[in-house]
Every structure is written in C-alpha cells, then in structure tokens.
Ligand binder design. Structure first.
Ligand code: SAH
Ligand code: F3S
Length: 481
C-alpha cells in the first residue's frame, strides 16, 4: 500500500491508502455509529484485493457503497436521500454499480432491491467477505444479496484500509452484535448475536497501527464490557465451553491490560460501556495504566426505574449511581458521557423529571440525546404504543439538551488553569492557525500551532472554554512524545 495525501472538502489532509496497480474506483460512505465507519475500512480492504482503490469523487466511481444505519427513522431517511443523489449520477455514469451495506441492508433485505431500483447489491454486516462473489454476479448484470448473520464472523483476519484517516487515531473493533435486547433497539436484529474477536488479532492490529505512526486506538463494540474470548463462538454459548476454555478466557479488563501493556505510549480508549456489564476490574485496570484514557461513554437512556425496566435495561437508577460513584472514587477526573432517549412509550412527566434529576447527580461531560423513534420488529414496537406526542418528545428532548449544555460548561470550567496532555489530530475547524486535539477525558482542546505537528503529545495550559471546547496554549512536549 502506498500513502497518498488528499485534500478533502474542508481542506484537511487525509491519508488514503492506495494499492498500486488497482484500476477500479470505489466510493464508500458511512452513516451511523463508529462501528459502521470501522466496517467500511474492512470492506475497503476486502475490495482492495479485488482491484478497487477508494476515491473521494462520487462522479468517478465504478462502485458506490453506502454503509447504512437503522437506529432511528431519520437515519434511514438520510440514506434514502443519498440514493436519490446516486440515481442522478448514474444518469451521467450508467455503468456505475450501487450497493447498500450495514443495518438497513440487514433490516430490509430483498425489499431494498424491490423498492430502490438504483440498488444492485445488498450486503448485511456479517457478509462482507462474500463481496467478491456478489460483485461478479452484479457485473454479469444480476442483482445480488447476502444478509446471512454469522455466529463466528469477526473479520479478525482482515487488516482494515484506513479511510479518511488523520494518521493519528483509529478504531479497532473487538466485538460484533449485541445480546442485550433493549426493547427500543434494532441493533440485535441487524447485527446479530454477540461474539468477540481473538485478542491476538486485536493486539496485532494495535501493534501494526503503532508501527504506522498512530498514537491512539478506540476499542469498539456495542457493549465492550461484555467482551469474552474463549476460543471463538457466541457469548451466549460460553456456558457450554470446556473447563480449560473457561479457565483461559480473556475478559474485557484483561484485554484492556494486554493492549495497554503492548503499547505503553499509545492512548487506549473504548466505546461503548453498558452500565449492567461494566465491572470494577475494568475501572481498576483504567487506574493501573496511564495510557488508558479517563473517559467512559456510559449510556443510561432514562433516569426512571419504571422506564429502565420497560426498556429492558438490566439495572436501576440506584445501581447506576453506585457505578458512577465507584468510577469517580477511583478516577476523580474521569469524564463520563451519556445517551438519552426522550419520550419512550408511557413516559410521564414524572419519569422525565427523573431523567433530569439523574443528569443533575452525574453532571455528564457530554451527551448524545434523541427523541424516541419506533423501530419495526423491536419489542417496544410490537408490545407498546408509541403514545408520547411528538411535540412532547421534542420539548423533553430540548430540556435534556439544555441541561446537558449547562453541565458541559460546568465540566469544561473544571479544566481552567490546569495543564493537560493533548494529542494533536488536525487543524482547528475555525482557525488554521490553531491545532485541535483531545485531552485524556476526550474533550476537544484548541491552541496556537507554533512548531508542533499532527501526532505530537503536547502539554497545554487551559485558559478558556465553551461548553464543549477547551482553549489553551502549549507549554512543551509531554513525556509521552
Ligand atoms: N450499545 C450501542 C447502542 C447503539 S445505539 C452503543 O452503545 O453505542 C446508540 C444510541 O442510540 C443508544 O444508546 C440510544 O440512546 C439511541 N437509540 C437506539 N435506539 C433508539 C430508538 N429506537 N429511538 C431513539 N434513540 C435510539
Ligand atoms: Fe442496542 Fe441496547 Fe445493545 S441500545 S446495541 S440493544 S445495549
């Protein structure tokens, strides 16, 4: 692979890995969660072997792939709009083929080929290795589809082609699927049962990234704390494993430790943690290793015990507080972020107040907040009426967002006057004279460039802040540089 620096729309430098001799052009774009972006890198790697290099120009593409999200109705509508755009391009470039990947492919299956004439190819999240076969079908003029979910597939043997990379931070997927069956969530249906990736292949990927100059990895899974490697197979079949397999199994705390020790200067992050699965040994491992960042994304969805139960979240408000208190006791400066849903079926004003008071207790550093969107096939859709009026959902969502902004500012203000280590990722969007990076807590820090460069670890004195960004000045390289 050769590295090419490309200037994209925002004028940022992106590193595109290109394989010499490849003549076909792949345009691939991703919507939704980080896992989708990471999967697209696996797809690009599979197709690099089939003669495709990626292009940033939709008009030039021989093959257009869109990696889709089904989490909310709006996410699906966004993809439908993109298909209209591809349709317009196909009029100019009639040999261009269009494929749909990811969660919408899995959810809609054949219906996609029927509903969207532009689509030639439909591939679910576990079937990407079948792409070469499917493409030969398509190139012979037939539609092709594979949406079979797998018990084993983790793509552990595929070395991803980094797309849109800053060359500094990368995602490494460690689990696939989810067994939690939150009643609102479509993921268990689109991504199948939970399985973990071989720790050896994770370590190889982390080491390879370090050798290529990357300085930070984020270990990815729908539910990372539930990671469990016992030689392969589904998480739910662990009970049937042999005594030896059980005794030598690797859990998430152990995996974190292996990664932190393999590359002591590399920053290690992880996402997402489910409160019901996060254990003390994970928190203790974070304490033990300086290179594991002090940040936990810990979605709660609601502050009401009644709603948590209806959502099939396996913990109470009180147990969540206990977890937060344990984190803050062991790692006082740990940042915590949330996901919240407003207007889940039957949510009353009192339930909503419980959400606001939970937020008041935790004072999250960041948050990702959504109005409930009913998803076909989920338990909530089958058993509950979507009975909170849209304007009530919106009003509650706005209240949640406003409170989060207040807490965001409270948290950023705590950094004022401190000196923090920042890993430089890119130019600031607002000013070309400033770098943008993140501190251990995952807060964006902006400061004058001076002679520093992308990928440097720098000590920055924090002098000012907004509710989401810290502003400062560099004092020099940090010991990790
Ligand atoms: N375990 C995954 C969750 C993926 S979905 C992860 O941790 O990232 C990401 C977020 O989308 C969820 O935490 C939830 O807040 C939100 N979400 C999921 N289904 C939703 C729905 N039907 N309506 C609104 N928001 C939803
Ligand atoms: Fe969805 Fe709950 Fe899993 S939100 S991804 S079912 S943890």
């Amino acid at each position: 692979m050769e590295k090419i620096i490309d200037e994209n729309k925002q004028g940022e430098s992106l590193i595109l890995e290109q394989k010499e001799g490849n003549t076909r052009k792949l345009f691939i774009e991703s919507y939704g969660c980080q896992m989708n972006f990471s999967d697209s890198e696996i797809v690009a790697s599979i197709l690099a072997k089939e003669g495709y290099n990626t292009t940033q120009q939709l008009e030039d593409a021989d093959l257009v792939l869109v990696n889709t999200c089904s989490i909310r109705d709006k996410a699906e509508q966004t993809v439908r709009k993109r298909l209209e755009k591809y349709n317009a391009i196909k009029k100019i470039n009639p040999t261009m083929k269009v494929g749909v990947l990811g969660c919408m492919a899995e959810r809609l299956k054949n219906k996609f080929l029927e509903e969207e004439k532009i689509v030639d190819l439909v591939v679910g999240p576990d079937a990407y290795k079948d792409l070469p076969n499917l493409l030969s079908e398509v190139n012979e003029g037939r539609d092709a589809i594979n949406v079979i979910l797998s018990k084993e597939e983790t793509y552990g043997d595929i070395s991803p082609v980094r797309l849109d990379s800053n060359g500094v931070t990368a995602f490494v997927s460690i689990t696939r699927g989810c067994d939690n069956m939150c009643t609102f969530c479509v993921v268990p249906f689109t991504r199948g049962r939970e399985r973990s990736r071989d720790p050896q292949s994770i370590l190889e990927e982390v080491n390879d990234l370090w050798s290529k100059g990357y300085k930070e990895v984020t270990l990815l899974g729908q539910n990372v704390d539930s990671y469990l490697w016992y030689g392969g197979g589904l998480k739910k079949d662990f009970d049937k494993a042999s005594e030896l397999q059980k005794a030598t199994a690797t859990n998430f705390a152990k995996l974190l430790e292996l990664c932190a020790e393999a590359q002591p200067k590399m920053r290690i992050r992880f996402s997402t943690s489910n409160p019901q699965d996060m254990t003390m040994d994970v928190i203790e491992t974070m304490v033990k290793y300086n290179n594991i960042c002090n940040y936990i994304h810990l979605p709660v969805q609601s502050g009401s015990n009644r709603i948590l139960k209806a959502m099939n979240r396996q913990h109470t408000r009180e147990e969540y507080f206990e977890l937060i208190d344990n984190i803050k006791r062991l790692i006082p400066d740990c940042a915590i972020s949330q996901d919240m849903i407003s207007g889940f079926p039957t949510e009353t004003e009192e339930d909503h107040q419980d959400t606001l008071s939970l937020m008041e207790h935790v004072k999250y550093d960041f948050g990702f907040m959504f109005a409930y969107s009913e998803r076909p096939g989920t338990l909530a859709e089958r058993k509950m009426e979507d009975d909170v009026p849209e304007d009530t959902k919106k009003r509650r969502l706005n209240e949640i967002i406003q409170l989060q902004q207040k807490h965001g500012l409270y948290r950023t203000q705590q950094h004022l006057g401190k000196v923090e280590e920042v890993l430089i990722e890119k130019s600031s969007k607002k000013s070309d004279a400033h770098w943008s990076g993140r501190n251990s807590q995952n807060t964006v820090v902006v400061f004058p460039k001076e002679n520093y460069k992308v990928g440097d670890f720098v000590n920055v004195k924090i002098t000012d802040c907004t509710s989401a960004t810290l502003i400062g000045e560099a004092l020099g390289y940090s010991i990790n540089n």
